[in-house]
Each structure stands twice: as C-alpha cells, then as structure tokens.
Design a protein around this ligand. Structure first.
Ligand code: SF4
Ligand code: SF4
Length: 80
C-alpha cells in the first residue's frame, strides 16, 4: 500500500500587509482556520503545513493582498 505522505504538497501563503485593510475575510473563511490576526489585525498563518492550497483566501481578498503558491517537496527540509 502506498503511503501518500511521501510527496506531500505544501503551500506558501504570502500576505502583502501594505495592501491589506484587515477586513478579516481570509481569517473567517479559511477552511483550515489557520489564518489569524497579527499586528494591527493583519493576517498571519500559524500552521502553514495545514494549508490545503484551496486558494479561497487568495480569491476572496478584496485587496489582492494574498498569494498562494505551491511547492512540491519530496524530502523534508529542516532549514525552516
Ligand atoms: S489556501 Fe485555503 S487552506 Fe490555505 S490559507 Fe488560504 S484559505 Fe486557508
Ligand atoms: S481578506 Fe485581504 S484585506 Fe482582508 S484581512 Fe485578509 S489579506 Fe487583509
């Protein structure tokens, strides 16, 4: 039986805080609930490995302040 953890897809969520107006849409609607308000209510990811890459946050941000990119990691990197 194959272990599908061998090549887990990972995603990087980047916020452009200068464009963000702290509306909270991304935090409210992330299905994984991994976006939380940081400084001045600007979003931060607190469990990046739990991101499923649905891009809901990116698509619904009214200020285009979020970018989700995929990174295929086949081996674990420990330099984070
Ligand atoms: S891509 Fe989906 S799971 Fe990842 S942070 Fe955005 S809304 Fe949440
Ligand atoms: S949806 Fe966009 S503008 Fe609203 S809090 Fe999130 S990043 Fe900021």
């Amino acid at each position: 039986m194959k272990n599908n953890r061998e090549k887990k897809k990972r995603f990087t969520v980047s916020f452009y805080h200068d464009w963000c107006k702290s509306c909270g849409i991304c935090m409210a609607f992330c299905p994984q609930k991994i976006i939380t308000p940081g400084k001045e209510g600007k979003p931060e990811i607190f469990e990046k490995d739990s991101c499923v890459g649905c891009r809901f946050c990116e698509m619904h941000c009214p200020d285009f302040a979020i970018t989700v990119s995929e990174s295929n990691i086949s081996r674990r990197r420990d330099n984070e």
